[in-house]
Design a protein around this ligand. Structure first.
Ligand SMILES: [Zn+2]
Ligand SMILES: [Zn+2]
Length: 349
């Protein structure tokens, strides 16, 4: 099969790779229908150390089950499935109560201890498949609407991650929410906050095509300024700060912005993978009685809940995809996202 590997920062290639095989009786094999490039894939794209043999990459996909291990109870050959970006057993304490991203038996794609490879490929082996995969009954990817496939693919990560941001912050009806970041997760955090009943949603982002989609998803205000200017504008708009701040970037300036705009007594919910280990925890944070929450989203917990509105077209999270490439052109997809020419790139294996 063909699969994507990263060899060093900026060096992504598509090469031949061994076809996946069943290893454990709890495995399934999946033929990938659609995969995509994530904003978090750009972190290794910027900083991965040189690896002579390359490492597989990609963690978001939908596809069709082609083989099932002997222990599987919920899946059969031919099932159409959504794969969350984390692998989870479905039976441990964290799988029952959440967060599935802390599953004691699970892990992530592209991980040596689980022997997983990447989802930017034609096929993949899925460990703990009963716990990990979510079946979408009655859907045939060969005849399904392209827009529906795009929206289903967002349930693999970015929609569930945006939802997690809003859910962890405790967004409820009538709330004022600020969302930092106009990437796919930030825009879907806007959509999620709207679904949870937020009345005023301030989107902080400066890329107009993206913030326009943010308005379509429910943003009532867009603040393009950054740094102290951006903080001042939000403090003015909200007369003292936003009670719920969803941080969907992961870089220190975005977190500093969150600390600056949160209302006294409010909450900051982070879902951008932090690219920093130190930041404001002193008086600027403490003085406002700020709650800090968030983390890797247990998207597995949200898929069944979010699925009906995707299937009936009430929401269209798939609009975050603005480019589709073949598997061979995956490196071009990385370059386009890195140059911010593309918001999110879908891969059609
Ligand atoms: Zn992702
Ligand atoms: Zn588990």
């Amino acid at each position: 099969m063909r699969a994507t590997f990263i060899y060093a920062a900026g060096d992504v290639r598509v090469t031949d790779a061994p076809d996946p095989k069943l290893v454990e009786p709890s495995d399934a094999l999946v033929q990938i229908t659609r995969a995509c490039v994530c904003g978090s894939d750009l972190h290794p794209y910027h900083s991965a150390p040189a690896t002579p043999g390359g490492t597989t990459i990609g963690h978001e996909m939908i596809g069709v089950v082609t083989e099932v291990g002997a222990e599987l109870r919920t899946l059969s050959k031919g099932d159409f499935v959504i794969a969350p970006f984390a692998i989870s057993c479905g039976v441990c304490e964290y799988c029952h109560a959440g967060p599935q991203t802390s599953c004691v038996n699970g892990g992530f794609w592209n991980e040596t201890n689980l022997g997983t490879t990447g989802c930017q490929a034609e096929a993949v082996r899925v460990p703990l498949a009963d716990g990990t995969l979510v079946k979408v009954p009655g859907l045939n990817p060969a005849t399904a609407d392209e827009r529906l496939l795009a929206s289903l693919l967002t349930l693999s990560d970015v929609y569930g991650t945006g939802w997690h941001a809003a859910h962890r912050a405790g967004v409820t009806a009538g709330d004022t929410v600020a969302v930092i970041g106009d990437g796919a997760v930030g825009l879907l955090a806007v959509l999620s906050a709207r679904q949870l009943g937020a009345e005023r949603i301030i989107l902080m982002g400066r890329h107009e095509a993206r913030t326009n989609l943010g308005r379509e998803y429910g943003a009532t205000d867009v603040v393009a300024e950054r740094g102290q200017d951006g903080i001042n504008t939000v403090l003015e708009l909200t007369k003292g700060g936003a009670p719920k701040v969803l941080e969907a970037v992961g870089h220190l300036p975005a977190y500093e912005q969150a600390v600056g705009i949160v209302r006294p007594g409010g909450a900051i919910s982070r879902v951008g993978v932090p690219q920093y280990d130190q930041g404001p925890i002193g008086w600027s944070f403490f003085g406002k009685n700020t709650t800090l929450t968030g983390g890797p989203a247990p998207v597995r917990a949200y898929i069944e809940q979010l699925l009906p509105a995707v299937l009936d077209g009430t929401v269209n999270p798939g609009k975050v995809f603005d480019r589709t490439v073949s598997i061979e052109d995956t490196p071009k997809g990385y370059a386009a996202m890195d140059a911010r020419e593309s918001l999110k790139v879908m891969i059609r294996p």
